[in-house]
Design a protein around this ligand. Structure first.
Ligand SMILES: Cc1cc2nc3c(=O)[nH]c(=O)nc-3n(C[C@H](O)[C@H](O)[C@H](O)COP(=O)(O)OP(=O)(O)OC[C@H]3O[C@@H](n4cnc5c(N)ncnc54)[C@H](O)[C@@H]3O)c2cc1C
Length: 376
Protein backbone atom coordinates (compact mmCIF):
# COMPACT_ATOMS: atom_id res chain seq x y z
CA UNK A 1 0.00 0.00 0.00
CA UNK A 2 1.43 3.38 -1.03
CA UNK A 3 0.99 6.33 1.32
CA UNK A 4 0.11 9.88 0.17
CA UNK A 5 -0.41 12.98 2.25
CA UNK A 6 -3.49 14.31 0.41
CA UNK A 7 -5.57 12.47 -2.18
CA UNK A 8 -8.40 13.92 -4.25
CA UNK A 9 -10.84 11.55 -5.96
CA UNK A 10 -12.37 13.16 -9.06
CA UNK A 11 -10.77 15.44 -11.62
CA UNK A 12 -13.79 17.49 -12.64
CA UNK A 13 -13.58 21.28 -12.30
CA UNK A 14 -13.88 21.15 -8.51
CA UNK A 15 -11.29 18.41 -7.88
CA UNK A 16 -8.78 19.96 -10.31
CA UNK A 17 -9.25 23.46 -8.79
CA UNK A 18 -8.72 21.99 -5.33
CA UNK A 19 -5.50 20.26 -6.41
CA UNK A 20 -4.10 23.45 -7.98
CA UNK A 21 -5.10 25.57 -4.99
CA UNK A 22 -3.34 23.16 -2.57
CA UNK A 23 -0.25 22.95 -4.78
CA UNK A 24 -0.06 26.75 -4.70
CA UNK A 25 0.14 26.43 -0.90
CA UNK A 26 3.16 24.13 -1.34
CA UNK A 27 1.23 20.92 -0.59
CA UNK A 28 1.80 17.71 -2.54
CA UNK A 29 -1.47 16.26 -3.88
CA UNK A 30 -2.44 13.08 -5.69
CA UNK A 31 -5.56 13.27 -7.86
CA UNK A 32 -7.28 10.18 -9.29
CA UNK A 33 -9.78 10.43 -12.10
CA UNK A 34 -11.33 7.75 -14.27
CA UNK A 35 -10.75 9.68 -17.51
CA UNK A 36 -9.87 13.32 -17.60
CA UNK A 37 -10.93 14.23 -21.15
CA UNK A 38 -14.33 15.89 -21.06
CA UNK A 39 -14.39 16.93 -24.73
CA UNK A 40 -17.71 15.19 -25.35
CA UNK A 41 -19.59 16.84 -22.50
CA UNK A 42 -22.26 19.12 -24.04
CA UNK A 43 -22.71 21.35 -20.99
CA UNK A 44 -22.31 25.09 -21.41
CA UNK A 45 -22.25 26.69 -17.96
CA UNK A 46 -22.81 30.19 -16.65
CA UNK A 47 -20.09 31.05 -14.16
CA UNK A 48 -20.42 34.05 -11.90
CA UNK A 49 -17.99 36.93 -11.62
CA UNK A 50 -16.77 35.41 -8.33
CA UNK A 51 -15.97 32.08 -10.04
CA UNK A 52 -14.13 34.01 -12.74
CA UNK A 53 -11.99 35.58 -10.00
CA UNK A 54 -11.34 32.21 -8.32
CA UNK A 55 -10.22 30.55 -11.56
CA UNK A 56 -8.23 33.62 -12.66
CA UNK A 57 -6.30 33.51 -9.40
CA UNK A 58 -5.33 29.93 -10.28
CA UNK A 59 -4.30 31.18 -13.78
CA UNK A 60 -6.95 28.70 -14.95
CA UNK A 61 -9.43 31.00 -16.66
CA UNK A 62 -9.92 29.67 -20.23
CA UNK A 63 -8.78 31.76 -23.18
CA UNK A 64 -10.88 34.79 -24.06
CA UNK A 65 -12.25 33.27 -27.28
CA UNK A 66 -13.80 30.39 -25.26
CA UNK A 67 -15.86 32.68 -23.02
CA UNK A 68 -18.82 35.03 -23.54
CA UNK A 69 -19.55 37.77 -21.02
CA UNK A 70 -23.00 38.13 -19.45
CA UNK A 71 -23.71 41.78 -18.73
CA UNK A 72 -27.41 41.56 -18.00
CA UNK A 73 -29.89 38.86 -16.89
CA UNK A 74 -33.53 39.44 -17.71
CA UNK A 75 -35.94 37.46 -15.53
CA UNK A 76 -39.51 37.24 -16.72
CA UNK A 77 -42.67 35.37 -15.88
CA UNK A 78 -45.26 34.63 -18.53
CA UNK A 79 -47.93 37.31 -18.29
CA UNK A 80 -46.84 38.55 -14.87
CA UNK A 81 -43.55 40.27 -14.31
CA UNK A 82 -40.19 41.20 -15.69
CA UNK A 83 -37.06 42.50 -14.05
CA UNK A 84 -33.42 42.66 -14.95
CA UNK A 85 -30.10 42.59 -13.18
CA UNK A 86 -27.24 44.43 -14.83
CA UNK A 87 -23.51 44.47 -14.15
CA UNK A 88 -23.29 48.27 -13.61
CA UNK A 89 -26.03 48.07 -10.92
CA UNK A 90 -23.72 45.73 -8.98
CA UNK A 91 -20.65 47.80 -9.85
CA UNK A 92 -19.16 44.90 -11.79
CA UNK A 93 -17.59 44.78 -15.22
CA UNK A 94 -19.76 41.74 -16.01
CA UNK A 95 -22.12 39.47 -14.04
CA UNK A 96 -20.35 36.37 -15.27
CA UNK A 97 -19.51 34.36 -18.36
CA UNK A 98 -20.77 31.40 -20.33
CA UNK A 99 -18.28 28.73 -21.31
CA UNK A 100 -18.10 25.05 -22.09
CA UNK A 101 -17.63 22.59 -19.21
CA UNK A 102 -15.06 20.86 -21.46
CA UNK A 103 -12.99 24.05 -21.82
CA UNK A 104 -12.96 24.70 -18.07
CA UNK A 105 -11.73 21.14 -17.43
CA UNK A 106 -9.14 21.24 -20.25
CA UNK A 107 -7.58 24.47 -18.92
CA UNK A 108 -7.48 23.18 -15.33
CA UNK A 109 -6.01 19.87 -16.46
CA UNK A 110 -3.24 21.65 -18.39
CA UNK A 111 -2.32 23.68 -15.28
CA UNK A 112 -2.43 20.57 -13.05
CA UNK A 113 -0.27 18.61 -15.52
CA UNK A 114 2.40 21.29 -15.44
CA UNK A 115 2.42 21.53 -11.62
CA UNK A 116 5.21 19.36 -10.08
CA UNK A 117 3.39 19.05 -6.74
CA UNK A 118 0.36 17.41 -8.40
CA UNK A 119 0.40 13.74 -9.35
CA UNK A 120 -2.43 12.84 -11.74
CA UNK A 121 -3.43 9.18 -11.78
CA UNK A 122 -5.75 7.66 -14.33
CA UNK A 123 -7.84 5.20 -12.33
CA UNK A 124 -11.35 4.14 -11.51
CA UNK A 125 -11.89 4.37 -7.77
CA UNK A 126 -13.87 1.37 -6.59
CA UNK A 127 -14.11 2.03 -2.85
CA UNK A 128 -12.93 4.42 -0.15
CA UNK A 129 -12.72 3.85 3.60
CA UNK A 130 -12.45 6.34 6.41
CA UNK A 131 -10.27 5.68 9.46
CA UNK A 132 -8.79 7.32 12.52
CA UNK A 133 -5.17 6.85 11.35
CA UNK A 134 -5.69 7.22 7.61
CA UNK A 135 -8.25 6.83 4.86
CA UNK A 136 -7.80 4.28 2.06
CA UNK A 137 -8.62 4.33 -1.60
CA UNK A 138 -8.98 1.25 -3.74
CA UNK A 139 -8.83 1.83 -7.50
CA UNK A 140 -8.21 -0.02 -10.73
CA UNK A 141 -5.41 1.55 -12.72
CA UNK A 142 -5.01 2.06 -16.48
CA UNK A 143 -3.96 -1.62 -16.82
CA UNK A 144 -6.98 -2.79 -14.83
CA UNK A 145 -4.75 -3.78 -11.91
CA UNK A 146 -6.13 -3.11 -8.44
CA UNK A 147 -4.17 -0.57 -6.37
CA UNK A 148 -4.55 0.69 -2.81
CA UNK A 149 -3.46 4.05 -1.42
CA UNK A 150 -3.57 5.34 2.13
CA UNK A 151 -3.77 9.03 2.93
CA UNK A 152 -4.03 11.50 5.79
CA UNK A 153 -6.71 13.53 4.00
CA UNK A 154 -9.08 12.25 1.35
CA UNK A 155 -11.04 14.89 -0.57
CA UNK A 156 -13.99 13.48 -2.48
CA UNK A 157 -14.79 15.44 -5.65
CA UNK A 158 -16.15 12.62 -7.83
CA UNK A 159 -19.63 14.04 -8.15
CA UNK A 160 -21.30 11.94 -5.47
CA UNK A 161 -21.12 8.47 -6.98
CA UNK A 162 -19.09 6.84 -4.20
CA UNK A 163 -20.26 7.14 -0.57
CA UNK A 164 -23.80 7.19 -2.00
CA UNK A 165 -25.13 5.54 1.16
CA UNK A 166 -24.37 8.49 3.44
CA UNK A 167 -26.79 8.63 6.38
CA UNK A 168 -29.33 11.48 6.38
CA UNK A 169 -28.65 12.20 2.73
CA UNK A 170 -31.38 14.41 1.24
CA UNK A 171 -32.49 13.25 -2.18
CA UNK A 172 -35.21 14.58 -4.41
CA UNK A 173 -35.87 13.30 -7.91
CA UNK A 174 -37.31 16.24 -9.88
CA UNK A 175 -38.59 13.82 -12.54
CA UNK A 176 -37.32 16.41 -14.98
CA UNK A 177 -34.58 16.45 -17.55
CA UNK A 178 -32.61 19.46 -18.68
CA UNK A 179 -32.39 19.73 -22.45
CA UNK A 180 -29.32 21.63 -23.63
CA UNK A 181 -29.06 22.84 -27.20
CA UNK A 182 -27.76 25.77 -29.28
CA UNK A 183 -30.10 28.07 -31.20
CA UNK A 184 -29.81 31.05 -33.48
CA UNK A 185 -32.33 33.85 -33.16
CA UNK A 186 -32.97 36.78 -35.47
CA UNK A 187 -32.07 39.07 -32.58
CA UNK A 188 -28.45 38.55 -31.48
CA UNK A 189 -27.83 37.93 -27.75
CA UNK A 190 -25.60 40.98 -27.09
CA UNK A 191 -24.38 39.61 -23.72
CA UNK A 192 -27.94 39.35 -22.40
CA UNK A 193 -29.17 36.16 -20.63
CA UNK A 194 -32.85 35.34 -20.09
CA UNK A 195 -34.59 33.33 -17.39
CA UNK A 196 -38.22 32.58 -18.14
CA UNK A 197 -40.79 31.12 -15.77
CA UNK A 198 -44.49 30.40 -16.01
CA UNK A 199 -44.47 28.09 -19.04
CA UNK A 200 -43.96 24.34 -19.45
CA UNK A 201 -40.66 24.42 -17.53
CA UNK A 202 -38.00 26.87 -16.33
CA UNK A 203 -36.14 28.14 -19.37
CA UNK A 204 -32.67 29.67 -19.44
CA UNK A 205 -31.13 31.30 -22.52
CA UNK A 206 -27.42 31.92 -22.19
CA UNK A 207 -25.56 34.15 -24.65
CA UNK A 208 -22.77 32.08 -26.18
CA UNK A 209 -20.54 33.43 -28.96
CA UNK A 210 -23.01 34.89 -31.51
CA UNK A 211 -26.00 32.75 -30.48
CA UNK A 212 -27.83 31.30 -27.46
CA UNK A 213 -27.48 28.07 -25.52
CA UNK A 214 -30.82 26.89 -24.16
CA UNK A 215 -31.09 25.04 -20.84
CA UNK A 216 -34.72 23.95 -20.56
CA UNK A 217 -35.88 21.90 -17.57
CA UNK A 218 -38.91 19.85 -18.53
CA UNK A 219 -40.93 16.96 -17.12
CA UNK A 220 -39.04 13.83 -18.21
CA UNK A 221 -41.65 12.46 -20.64
CA UNK A 222 -42.05 15.85 -22.35
CA UNK A 223 -38.26 16.25 -22.52
CA UNK A 224 -37.96 12.83 -24.22
CA UNK A 225 -40.70 13.77 -26.68
CA UNK A 226 -39.18 17.14 -27.60
CA UNK A 227 -35.67 15.72 -27.77
CA UNK A 228 -36.86 13.34 -30.50
CA UNK A 229 -39.00 15.86 -32.38
CA UNK A 230 -36.96 18.94 -33.31
CA UNK A 231 -39.71 20.88 -35.18
CA UNK A 232 -41.98 20.50 -32.14
CA UNK A 233 -39.12 21.54 -29.84
CA UNK A 234 -38.59 24.78 -31.76
CA UNK A 235 -42.31 25.45 -32.04
CA UNK A 236 -42.73 25.06 -28.24
CA UNK A 237 -39.67 27.23 -27.65
CA UNK A 238 -40.93 29.98 -29.93
CA UNK A 239 -44.29 29.83 -28.19
CA UNK A 240 -42.65 29.93 -24.77
CA UNK A 241 -40.23 32.77 -25.44
CA UNK A 242 -38.13 33.02 -28.58
CA UNK A 243 -40.85 34.48 -30.84
CA UNK A 244 -39.98 37.80 -29.23
CA UNK A 245 -36.37 37.33 -30.41
CA UNK A 246 -37.54 36.83 -34.00
CA UNK A 247 -37.91 33.04 -33.83
CA UNK A 248 -35.37 30.28 -33.14
CA UNK A 249 -33.39 28.01 -35.47
CA UNK A 250 -31.87 24.83 -34.01
CA UNK A 251 -28.06 24.68 -34.29
CA UNK A 252 -27.37 21.46 -32.36
CA UNK A 253 -29.26 18.32 -31.37
CA UNK A 254 -30.53 18.55 -27.78
CA UNK A 255 -28.68 16.59 -25.11
CA UNK A 256 -30.50 15.62 -21.91
CA UNK A 257 -29.42 15.47 -18.25
CA UNK A 258 -31.67 13.91 -15.57
CA UNK A 259 -32.20 16.30 -12.67
CA UNK A 260 -32.19 15.62 -8.96
CA UNK A 261 -31.23 17.30 -5.74
CA UNK A 262 -28.71 15.65 -3.46
CA UNK A 263 -27.46 17.17 -0.26
CA UNK A 264 -25.09 15.50 2.17
CA UNK A 265 -25.63 17.18 5.55
CA UNK A 266 -22.31 15.89 6.92
CA UNK A 267 -19.48 16.87 4.59
CA UNK A 268 -16.70 15.93 7.02
CA UNK A 269 -16.23 12.35 8.20
CA UNK A 270 -12.93 11.70 10.02
CA UNK A 271 -10.34 11.93 7.26
CA UNK A 272 -12.74 12.24 4.35
CA UNK A 273 -14.20 15.56 3.17
CA UNK A 274 -16.81 16.00 0.45
CA UNK A 275 -16.77 19.02 -1.88
CA UNK A 276 -18.52 20.15 -5.07
CA UNK A 277 -21.09 17.75 -6.49
CA UNK A 278 -19.97 15.10 -3.98
CA UNK A 279 -21.50 17.29 -1.26
CA UNK A 280 -24.46 18.71 -3.19
CA UNK A 281 -26.06 18.42 -6.59
CA UNK A 282 -28.46 21.24 -7.41
CA UNK A 283 -30.98 21.87 -10.17
CA UNK A 284 -29.48 24.00 -12.99
CA UNK A 285 -32.36 26.52 -12.92
CA UNK A 286 -30.24 29.22 -11.31
CA UNK A 287 -26.87 28.09 -12.74
CA UNK A 288 -25.28 27.65 -9.33
CA UNK A 289 -23.76 24.14 -9.04
CA UNK A 290 -20.17 24.80 -10.04
CA UNK A 291 -20.21 28.31 -8.58
CA UNK A 292 -21.05 26.71 -5.25
CA UNK A 293 -18.42 23.99 -5.72
CA UNK A 294 -15.68 26.54 -6.38
CA UNK A 295 -16.61 28.33 -3.17
CA UNK A 296 -16.23 24.93 -1.39
CA UNK A 297 -12.69 24.81 -2.77
CA UNK A 298 -11.80 28.28 -1.53
CA UNK A 299 -13.17 27.70 1.96
CA UNK A 300 -11.52 24.29 2.42
CA UNK A 301 -8.15 25.47 1.12
CA UNK A 302 -8.31 28.55 3.37
CA UNK A 303 -9.09 26.32 6.35
CA UNK A 304 -6.04 24.12 5.87
CA UNK A 305 -3.67 26.68 4.36
CA UNK A 306 -1.58 27.30 7.47
CA UNK A 307 -1.19 23.70 8.65
CA UNK A 308 1.63 21.42 7.58
CA UNK A 309 -0.03 18.51 9.35
CA UNK A 310 -3.67 17.56 8.85
CA UNK A 311 -5.57 19.01 11.80
CA UNK A 312 -8.63 16.80 12.25
CA UNK A 313 -10.27 19.05 14.83
CA UNK A 314 -9.98 22.12 12.64
CA UNK A 315 -11.35 20.17 9.66
CA UNK A 316 -14.58 19.65 11.54
CA UNK A 317 -15.28 23.41 11.18
CA UNK A 318 -15.73 22.96 7.46
CA UNK A 319 -19.36 21.85 7.65
CA UNK A 320 -20.36 24.90 9.62
CA UNK A 321 -18.41 27.20 7.30
CA UNK A 322 -20.23 25.90 4.21
CA UNK A 323 -23.75 25.39 5.60
CA UNK A 324 -25.12 28.90 5.20
CA UNK A 325 -24.03 29.39 1.61
CA UNK A 326 -24.99 25.87 0.48
CA UNK A 327 -28.37 25.91 2.24
CA UNK A 328 -29.26 29.30 0.75
CA UNK A 329 -28.44 28.19 -2.80
CA UNK A 330 -30.12 24.80 -2.40
CA UNK A 331 -33.25 26.33 -0.84
CA UNK A 332 -33.60 29.03 -3.50
CA UNK A 333 -32.93 26.66 -6.39
CA UNK A 334 -35.23 23.94 -5.06
CA UNK A 335 -38.05 26.44 -4.63
CA UNK A 336 -37.77 27.56 -8.25
CA UNK A 337 -37.44 24.00 -9.54
CA UNK A 338 -40.16 22.18 -7.61
CA UNK A 339 -43.00 24.44 -8.60
CA UNK A 340 -43.14 23.38 -12.21
CA UNK A 341 -45.07 25.89 -14.25
CA UNK A 342 -48.80 25.38 -14.32
CA UNK A 343 -50.60 28.54 -15.23
CA UNK A 344 -53.15 28.46 -12.41
CA UNK A 345 -50.67 27.57 -9.77
CA UNK A 346 -50.71 29.91 -6.77
CA UNK A 347 -46.95 29.65 -6.45
CA UNK A 348 -46.60 30.69 -10.04
CA UNK A 349 -48.48 33.91 -9.29
CA UNK A 350 -46.49 34.50 -6.14
CA UNK A 351 -43.30 34.06 -8.11
CA UNK A 352 -44.59 36.56 -10.69
CA UNK A 353 -45.38 38.95 -7.86
CA UNK A 354 -41.90 38.29 -6.48
CA UNK A 355 -40.34 39.30 -9.78
CA UNK A 356 -42.37 42.53 -9.80
CA UNK A 357 -41.41 43.14 -6.16
CA UNK A 358 -37.75 42.59 -6.98
CA UNK A 359 -37.90 45.17 -9.75
CA UNK A 360 -39.38 47.69 -7.30
CA UNK A 361 -36.97 46.93 -4.46
CA UNK A 362 -33.48 47.56 -5.82
CA UNK A 363 -31.77 46.85 -2.48
CA UNK A 364 -33.42 43.43 -2.19
CA UNK A 365 -32.68 42.71 -5.83
CA UNK A 366 -29.03 43.66 -5.34
CA UNK A 367 -28.83 41.46 -2.25
CA UNK A 368 -30.26 38.44 -4.09
CA UNK A 369 -28.03 39.05 -7.10
CA UNK A 370 -24.87 39.56 -5.02
CA UNK A 371 -25.63 36.42 -2.97
CA UNK A 372 -25.95 34.38 -6.15
CA UNK A 373 -22.72 35.79 -7.54
CA UNK A 374 -20.52 35.80 -4.42
CA UNK A 375 -22.30 33.37 -2.07
CA UNK A 376 -23.43 34.10 1.47
C1 LIG B 1 -27.68 20.56 -17.38
C2 LIG B 1 -26.75 21.18 -16.39
C3 LIG B 1 -26.47 22.53 -16.44
C4 LIG B 1 -25.64 23.13 -15.49
N1 LIG B 1 -25.41 24.47 -15.57
C5 LIG B 1 -24.61 25.05 -14.64
C6 LIG B 1 -24.32 26.44 -14.71
O1 LIG B 1 -24.79 27.15 -15.60
N2 LIG B 1 -23.51 26.98 -13.75
C7 LIG B 1 -22.97 26.22 -12.75
O2 LIG B 1 -22.25 26.77 -11.89
N3 LIG B 1 -23.22 24.89 -12.67
C8 LIG B 1 -24.02 24.29 -13.58
N4 LIG B 1 -24.23 22.94 -13.54
C9 LIG B 1 -23.61 22.15 -12.45
C10 LIG B 1 -22.15 21.78 -12.75
O3 LIG B 1 -22.04 21.06 -13.96
C11 LIG B 1 -21.62 20.93 -11.59
O4 LIG B 1 -21.89 21.58 -10.38
C12 LIG B 1 -20.11 20.71 -11.71
O5 LIG B 1 -19.82 19.98 -12.87
C13 LIG B 1 -19.60 19.96 -10.49
O6 LIG B 1 -18.22 19.73 -10.63
P1 LIG B 1 -17.49 18.57 -9.81
O7 LIG B 1 -16.07 18.66 -10.20
O8 LIG B 1 -17.90 18.64 -8.39
O9 LIG B 1 -18.15 17.21 -10.34
P2 LIG B 1 -18.18 16.60 -11.80
O10 LIG B 1 -18.18 17.66 -12.82
O11 LIG B 1 -19.30 15.62 -11.80
O12 LIG B 1 -16.80 15.80 -11.92
C14 LIG B 1 -16.61 14.58 -11.23
C15 LIG B 1 -15.30 13.95 -11.70
O13 LIG B 1 -15.10 12.75 -10.95
C16 LIG B 1 -14.71 11.71 -11.82
N5 LIG B 1 -15.17 10.43 -11.24
C17 LIG B 1 -16.44 10.04 -10.99
N6 LIG B 1 -16.48 8.83 -10.43
C18 LIG B 1 -15.18 8.42 -10.34
C19 LIG B 1 -14.55 7.24 -9.86
N7 LIG B 1 -15.27 6.21 -9.36
N8 LIG B 1 -13.21 7.15 -9.92
C20 LIG B 1 -12.46 8.17 -10.42
N9 LIG B 1 -13.00 9.32 -10.88
C21 LIG B 1 -14.35 9.44 -10.84
C22 LIG B 1 -15.39 12.03 -13.15
O14 LIG B 1 -14.67 11.46 -14.23
C23 LIG B 1 -15.32 13.57 -13.17
O15 LIG B 1 -14.10 14.00 -13.76
C24 LIG B 1 -25.07 22.32 -14.47
C25 LIG B 1 -25.33 20.96 -14.42
C26 LIG B 1 -26.17 20.39 -15.37
C27 LIG B 1 -26.45 18.90 -15.29
Amino acid sequence: MTHKKIVIVGGGPVGLSMAIKLAKQGKAVTLIDQGLTKANDARVLALSHASYEILSELQAWPDKDCTTAINCVQISHRGLGITQITAPELKLKQLGFTLKYANICAKLEAIANAEPLIQLILGNVIAVHDGAEFATICYSDANNAEQILSTELLIMAEGGKLLADQPKKIKHDYQQQALIFHIQTAEKPANLAHERFGGIGPLVLLPFEDHYVVVWSLASDLAEQLKANHPQLISELDDEFTQRLGGAKLLSAPVSFPLHLIQIPKRVLTRIILIGNSAQIVHPVSAQGLNLGLRDVVQLSDLISEDDQINLIKLQQYDKLRNKDANAVIGFTHLLATKLETKNNLFSHLRGAGIIALSNLPLVKNFVARSLIFGL
